[in-house]
Structures are given as C-alpha cells and as structure tokens.
Design a protein around this ligand. Structure first.
Ligand code: 5GP
Length: 188
C-alpha cells in the first residue's frame, strides 16, 4: 500500500522566519525529522557541517546530481542547494514525518516527484517587513541581501502554487497554523 509517512515542504522568501518557525514545530513535534540539505554556499559563523547543512564543493554537488542522489536541487542567490534523496525515503519508510525547508524551485520539483507531499508557503505580512527582517538579521552583506530580495519577489509570485499560505505575523500563530495545515495536529 506504500503508506509512507507525510512529506511536508516549507518554503517562503529568505528572511521570512522559516527557520524560527520550523525550529518551534520540531520542538513541539519531536517525531518530525528535518532533512539536512547539501549546499555549495560557505558556512556562516556558528554553522556546523552535517547540522545546518552538509557543505559541499561544486564538484561534490555535481557528483550528487549525476548519481541521482538529490530529490530536488536549485540555484539560489549564487549557490546551489539540494535535498539528499535516500535519507528522506528512509525516514518516511520508517513512519517518521519528514519536513523540508527549501526554496520555491525545489518545492516545484518535490511536487512532481512526490505528488502527495504537502506544500506550505510562509509569507511575510508585507514586503517592507521582509526587507527590514533581512537587514536586522545581519547575516548577509548588501549585495547578498539584494540578491535575496530579488529572489523574494519571484518567490512571492509563486505562493499561489502551494497547498497552504501562512502569513508569519506572529511566530506561535504561524507554528500552530503550520502544524494544522501539515496534518500533524492529530496524535500519530
Ligand atoms: P540559506 O542560505 O539562507 O541557508 O538558504 C537560502 C535558501 O535556500 C532558503 O530559502 C532555503 O530554504 C533554501 N534551501 C535550503 N536547503 C535547500 C534545498 O535542499 N533545496 C532547495 N531547493 N532550497 C534549499
């Protein structure tokens, strides 16, 4: 019957607060497994290989693509990001719900590859709010920030393709809405 555990995709523009929301979802639902992506971007201070990401060279990333090792991958603001396929399958097969925190192009590929995945888009209350959150976060220089804000424009236009759109005005409200939308509110 192929009864795999749910696959939940969370997308939304850079700076919308996805990581904060996802961390709180995991705190409330420790049975959910968050996929660790591979990226070619440099680690930020405090990031550890294998925890936030697997940090890879361009060559290693090419190799993963060539060997069908990625469920999806995309170029984002000058770097590549991808979801390792086998870990996602293993956790779902074991009955553990899997959550992916990825950008929009990747979410579209998951939609194709896994039609029963639930796609959730987190939107900022306004574009100005997004801009000021990115500035406050201070993890990017001006050029990187402007690349992310440019990507955010087209990401916002894709929101309608998702199963659910949640506006992140308040983190706890957003977390509750995400858990409900993902079908995780019932005991499982
Ligand atoms: P950051 O560099 O801020 O960690 O991530 C930049 C963007 O890449 C975010 O929107 C994040 O959700 C997305 N991202 C992270 N991992 C993946 C992945 O495996 N695949 C795709 N398509 N996007 C990812």
């Amino acid at each position: 019957m192929g009864s795999k555990a749910p696959l939940i995709v969370v997308s939304g523009p850079s700076g919308v607060g996805k990581s904060t929301v996802v961390a709180e979802v995991l705190r409330r639902r420790p049975d959910v497994w968050l996929s660790v992506s591979v990226t070619t971007r440099d680690p930020r201070p405090g990031e550890t290989n294998g925890v936030e990401y697997f940090f890879a060279s361009d060559r290693e990333f090419d190799q993963l693509i060539a060997t069908q090792g990625l469920l999806e991958w995309a170029q984002f603001a000058g770097n590549r990001y991808g979801t390792p396929r086998s870990a996602v399958n293993e956790h779902r097969d074991r009955g553990q719900p899997v959550l992916l925190e990825i950008e929009v192009q990747g979410a579209r590929q998951v939609r194709q590859a896994v039609p029963d995945a639930t796609l959730i888009f987190i939107a900022p209350p306004t574009f100005e709010e997004l801009e000021s959150r990115l500035v406050d976060r201070g993890t990017e220089d001006r050029a990187a920030r402007s690349a992310r804000l440019q990507a955010a424009q087209s990401e916002m236009a894709a929101a309608q393709e998702f199963d659910h759109i949640i506006i992140n005005a308040d983190v706890q409200d957003c977390v509750r809405a995400l858990i409900d939308s993902a079908g995780l509110s019932r005991a499982s």
